[in-house]
Design a protein around this ligand. Sequence first.
Ligand SMILES: Nc1ncnc2c1ncn2[C@@H]1O[C@H](COP(=O)(O)OP(=O)(O)OP(=O)(O)O)[C@@H](O)[C@H]1O
Length: 243
Amino acid sequence: MYGSGPDLVTALGPISLDVPRGSFLVIVGASGCGKSTLLRLIAGFEQPTAGVVSTAGARPVPGTGAGIVFQQPRLFPWKSVGGNVGLALRYAGVPREERARRVPELLQRVGLHDVAHRRTWQLSGGQQQRVAIARALAGDDPLLLLDEPFAALDALTRERLQEDLRRVSEQTGRTSVFVTHSVEEAVFLGSRVVVLTSRPGQIALDLDIPLPRTGLEPDELRALPEYAALRATVSHAVREAAG
Ligand SMILES: Nc1ncnc2c1ncn2[C@@H]1O[C@H](COP(=O)(O)OP(=O)(O)OP(=O)(O)O)[C@@H](O)[C@H]1O
């Protein structure tokens, strides 16, 4: 709950979710249903009014244990692309020599190895969001939290970033929680999709996405009949949940 008295807002209803290590959970729901609140609870930025949140068996401590990517990349404009990633490594306590080795590695992962020396404001929106993802991966935190990271991007860039994030999540084995409005994005990225009802958000659908995580090209995956069926199921649940 937020606020009090006449300003009281119950953002989320009772929610019980267990996210196994290594899974990719996508939370979908209408605007204002509490998706970001749920993510902020997991990150430890908010405390639940009732109930318990625990990550890796302990109460989440803000700023530790999770790499976070927001809708806007929030990069440091006075630093180069590599400098932004290097700073995240420094905050994570990585020594200088190791930082020099790991910055190019992380940039390679998100397809930005050739722009390491550019200023971040010289990059496109999609490239900036790639830097934000590299930065979130830098801490080696087991958890990756992403709050509508691709919402501000054009459709083609968004698709590319979804494809790269799916690959990176497989390669790094991070446990990911990703918030979106997009059913398409949810089914493509998630190993599991949870649809929330409108506020106060509760679980309307909790669906495993048993699609192959490796071995298929993105277009092959999107062309599978099972893909279309899952998309239809989630889409139906989103419409029902919005009331
Ligand atoms: N700090 C706050 N103080 C008061 N109310 C808040 C606060 N943060 C969120 N809310 C309210 O809680 C509800 C859920 O907000 P939240 O941002 O979690 O929803 P959301 O599903 O992420 O929305 P969107 O998809 O539009 O980003 C909304 O009604 C919002 O106005």
